[in-house]
Design a protein around this ligand. Structure first.
Ligand code: BGC
Length: 475
């Protein structure tokens, strides 16, 4: 076998650099997950060290989302002017510096500033890494790379949940364990930062900047045959002659505004069905119901990760809309049953006195709820948002919808526990349940089925004025 070439299970050969590209990009997804999942099993330790009350804990959690909004906003600019590779290097640097500085356990305002920076890195990575992959990975593995990013997020959430539990048990001193928790994130961030230097620049970006020779040199590193390189150069040239990335003014074009609303509402509902209440606060919420230990700490991240795997094949088999319906109905039923469990529990002052039945109902509801999200709204919303925008507005559309995701994620993170305190533990589950109902109505009325349709067909229908829910129908 030629040096630097590896063979996949299907016998397809790719150069080693292709695997490096995939791994570094996967680390981008992993860091998203590590930072998103960090709070759940560190909140107790953070509270012990920094003396958080409920509101302070929520504020510290939610500042990641604020950083995410800015990171997503600026990443489009970075990607265009700095280039894709240098933007990934920058995200790696921000991740590494902000998590290493957090490990020094500075005062709360500074620690919060570092979490804002981590959010900024997450916002950047969530935009640039998939973009880079779609432009650099060889065509036959591009689709798989897109889903790999999602999967890595849930693996990151799972990994940090397990390691934070382990660290908190092994090192009872909150200062020591908190430092170690941040250092775990630093380790993966440093891997991504170091790895990002080896990455080649995206050939598409190089061609965009008129550096065709360099683009061909990069393609020579990732592809084996001259014919493949020529075909790729030709394809890039074709797209560069087509409609180019439009500015913000595209939102005023009627056809674009319509799909933008679909993307915005999809991302809004993805958060308003309550997922990040579970991702961030499930150990706390289980604690309100008298449940502690491994089950309380690891159920949500484990189920979330495991059920992202079937989603990868189901989106192509069942289609996007069917999954969104099934997911929303499953989440509605389980939110109501979790609410009922908390109503049965009532206002007990001593959670250890709570009976087994409501605890069991709560646990099963949460497991089935997470299954419902992981297999549907988690991956499908990001996928549909990457499919519905016409080429010239894809960057603008994805930037805005990513910002919407972080805005509503922040809203949930910043208020979920306070809401429970103010209106009773059961209340918030019913609110999220109500959003599941609205989400079903919205999907039925406005969301197109994008399975098995090319992006060009969708775009043509959109510009012909076909109504939104029929955009995926090809005559
Ligand atoms: C959501 C995140 C969430 C994660 C959980 C993603 O699709 O956008 O907010 O934390 O799924 O797996």
């Amino acid at each position: 076998m030629e040096a630097g070439v590896a063979t996949t299970a299907r016998g397809q050969q790719y150069k080693t650099i292709v695997y490096v590209i995939c791994m570094v990009a996967a680390l981008g997804g992993l860091l998203f997950g590590l930072d998103q999942g960090f709070i759940a099993n560190s909140l107790e330790t953070l509270t012990a060290h920094y003396g958080f009350d409920v509101k302070a804990g929520e504020n510290y959690s939610a500042i990641l989302a604020t950083g995410g909004i800015f990171g997503a906003l600026l990443s489009g600019i970075f990607a265009r002017f700095l280039g894709r590779k240098r933007s990934i290097v920058l995200a790696g640097l921000i991740f590494t510096a902000a998590s290493a500085l957090s490990a020094l356990l500075p005062d709360l305002p500074l620690l919060s500033a570092y979490r804002f920076a981590l959010g900024f890195g997450v916002g950047m990575a969530s935009f640039i890494v998939p973009l880079y992959l779609s432009e650099t990975a060889p065509a036959p593995i591009r689709g798989a790379m897109g889903t790999l990013f999602q999967l890595m997020i849930t693996i990151g959430i799972f990994l940090i949940a397990v390691s934070n539990v382990y660290i908190a048990h092994a090192f009872p001193n909150p200062a020591t364990s908190l430092s170690l928790m941040f250092l775990t994130v630093t380790f993966f961030a440093a891997l991504m930062f170091a790895g990002s230097f080896i990455l080649p620049e995206s050939p598409r970006w190089l061609m965009l900047k008129g550096r065709k020779d360099k683009a061909i040199a990069v393609l020579g590193r990732t592809l084996s045959e001259k014919s493949e390189i020529d075909a790729e150069v030709h394809e890039i040239e074709e797209t560069l002659h087509g409609p180019q990335g439009a500015g913000l003014s595209i939102v005023f074009r009627g056809y674009f505004f319509k799909v933008l609303l679909v993307g915005i509402l999809l991302q809004m509902f993805q958060q308003l069905v309550g997922i990040n209440m579970m991702i961030y606060y499930s150990p706390t919420i289980f604690g309100y119901a008298g449940m502690t230990g491994f089950v309380a700490m690891l159920t949500v991240p484990t189920v979330n990760m495991l059920f992202t795997f079937p989603a990868i094949t189901l989106v192509e088999k069942w289609g996007r809309k069917k999954l969104l319906y099934v997911g929303a109905v499953v989440m509605l039923v389980t939110m109501v049953s979790a609410g009922l469990a908390f109503q049965a529990i009532g206002d007990v002052s001593d959670p250890s006195q709570i009976g087994g039945a409501p605890k069991m109902v709560l646990l099963i509801s949460v497991i089935v709820y997470i299954f419902g999200f992981a297999v549907s709204w988690g991956p499908v919303v990001w996928l549909v948002c990457s499919e519905i925008f016409p080429l010239e507005g894809r960057e603008v559309g994805m930037t805005i919808t990513t910002m919407v995701n972080w805005t509503f994620a922040g809203l949930v993170m910043a208020n979920a526990l306070s809401f429970m305190k103010l209106f009773g533990n059961a209340s918030i589950f019913y609110v999220f349940g109500a959003f599941c109902v609205l989400a079903v109505v919205f999907v039925a009325m406005f969301v197109p089925e994008t399975k098995g349709v090319t992006l060009e067909e969708l775009e043509m229908n959109l510009k012909r004025g076909v109504r939104l829910r029929d955009l995926g129908k090809v005559s």
